[in-house]
Design a protein around this ligand. Structure first.
Ligand code: AMP
Length: 464
């Protein structure tokens, strides 16, 4: 069914076409009519399914009918990057309509945001902390909010924002429409939904824990001391266009990035210890192709949309199975295909077991052809038993994610599992890559032997 059959105004259909979208994604097909009807909604869909347009389009349609007072729409996001991204989506989709939007998030000065609010706005896209600051100083009046959108609610719960979210919901009129998006809806989130929503429609797209089906995933077992070497060898062999490498810790991310730079890769780094300016520059540079690689902690794993990510490499096995799904969600986003690799040391077998159970599939263990494995043999990662860690509790996870937007854990975990990049320097590769290899989105044409079976799928189809 095309977009124009969903009851959207022609100006919005024009915006959708200008974005290069063909048909609506499943969440858009199901959510847009419900939201246009004015009903409350709980949407759970896996990451990268097009949920931003699923709420932005019907909300923009509502804004076509002018009323005197604003702000009329409030969108709450867990991170600054997501807030900025959602604002861009509103502007892109609504480019043929007239509306005013203001984004309000931490990490930057108050002045411009205060001014945008003072000048009047129809839509506010905000992170919770900064919004609360403005509410407390009386710079925002929520009494005319018609639609409240709570996006990535599970993430907000993890980050400890739920009490503020409830407070904000209480400041909005009871007659509002509320849209609620969460990858998972565990009981704590169900309780928030009960508090904030009235007779909501429910839309579940696929199993929430499933990995995106357009992603081919694989595990490369390696001993700890050879991890970085294997990463370099993998990057040499794969026909990648843009890669996100995930590290569990901020320190680890910095170290991996340093070593990759030494190998003449162009690298951006994204984690919570970086200033907002550095984070924006890193993300922009990665999006526009200035950097071929972005090394990130889990702060980048949720929701961030970078089109054309051909590979995700988990340098560390993520500690929480949910994080695997979110990390993997950075590739193979709507209509594309991508590869997701994980470097796993034998000691991480239990964590790999937990991930496999969570996603309901085995992750194939692949040997990298031509790589000089120590003792000539690829190690085996035994995924037959769960990882047993009494310290791993929901509470522990939440604490580990707080402090600057989910920047991953510092300090390691009990059990003495190795973390961070291997210390052994990468072995000479004849000078490594040439500096300034140009725009990786243009497709670096790497030849060389096809290594893993996943090679066949490593080319990105970019339909957008
Ligand atoms: P989201 O899940 O909202 O972050 O969207 C993920 C990506 O899918 C973004 O790059 C969107 O621009 C893109 N997208 C959203 N809807 C469609 C569609 N109907 N067709 C193709 N791409 C889409």
């Amino acid at each position: 069914m095309p977009f124009k059959s969903l009851g959207l105004n022609p100006k919005l259909v024009q915006g959708v076409l200008a974005m290069g979208y063909g048909d609506p994604t499943p969440i858009q097909l199901r959510a847009i009519p419900v939201v246009l009807e004015g009903r409350d909604l709980i949407g759970s869909a896996q990451t990268g399914t097009g949920k931003t347009a699923a709420f932005a389009l019907p909300v923009l349609q509502r804004l076509l009918k002018p009323v005197a007072k604003g702000p009329r729409v409030l969108v709450l996001e867990p991170t600054r990057e997501l807030a900025a991204q959602v604002e861009t989506a509103f502007r892109d989709l609504g480019r043929f309509t007239e509306f005013r939007a203001a984004v309000v998030h931490g990490g930057v000065g108050y002045g411009r945001q205060r001014e945008a609010l003072r000048n009047g706005t129809d839509v506010i896209i905000a992170t919770v902390g900064r919004l609360m600051d403005f509410i407390q100083e009386g710079a925002i009046d929520l009494r005319n909010i018609e639609v409240l959108i709570l996006d990535e609610v599970d993430r907000m719960l993890d980050m400890g924002f739920i009490r503020d979210v409830k407070r904000i919901a209480e400041l909005c009129p009871k007659s509002r429409q509320t849209l609620f998006f969460s990858a998972t809806v565990p009981p704590e989130i169900e309780a928030v939904a009960k508090f904030a929503l009235k007779d909501p429609a429910r839309i579940v797209i696929g199993r929430t824990q499933s990995v995106n089906e357009s992603v081919k995933h694989a595990m490369f077992p390696v001993i700890y001391d050879q991890k970085f070497e294997l990463l370099i060898a993998l990057l040499e062999k794969e026909d990648f266009q843009s890669v996100i490498i995930f590290s569990r810790t901020k320190h680890g991310a910095d170290k991996i990035a340093r070593r990759l730079k030494n190998e003449n890769h162009s690298v951006a780094v994204l984690h919570a210890n970086r200033s907002q300016g550095q984070r924006t520059t890193a993300l922009e540079g990665f999006k526009n192709g200035r950097y071929e690689i972005m090394v990130a902690t889990d702060i980048a794993a949720r929701g961030i949309d970078v089109s054309g990510v051909s590979h995700v490499i988990n340098y560390d096995v993520p500690e929480n199975p949910e994080d695997y799904v979110h990390r993997i969600g950075r590739t193979g986003r709507a209509m594309s295909v991508g590869d997701a690799y994980m470097l796993a040391v034998p000691e991480e077998g239990g964590d790999c077991h937990d991930i496999e159970r969570f996603i309901g599939a085995r992750i194939p263990q692949l040997k990298l052809d031509g790589f000089a494995y120590e003792n000539g043999k690829m190690p085996v990662v035994d995924t037959s038993r769960p990882f047993k860690n009494p310290m791993r509790s929901k509470k522990g996870q939440a604490q580990g994610r707080q402090g600057g937007g989910g920047g991953g854990r510092q300090g390691g975990r009990p059990g003495g599992r190795p973390q961070g990049p291997g210390n052994r320097p990468a072995q000479g590769k004849g000078g490594g890559k040439q500096a300034g290899r140009g725009n990786p989105r243009g497709g670096s044409s790497r030849s060389g032997p096809a290594s893993a079976p996943a090679k066949a799928s490593s080319r990105l189809r970019r339909g957008r």
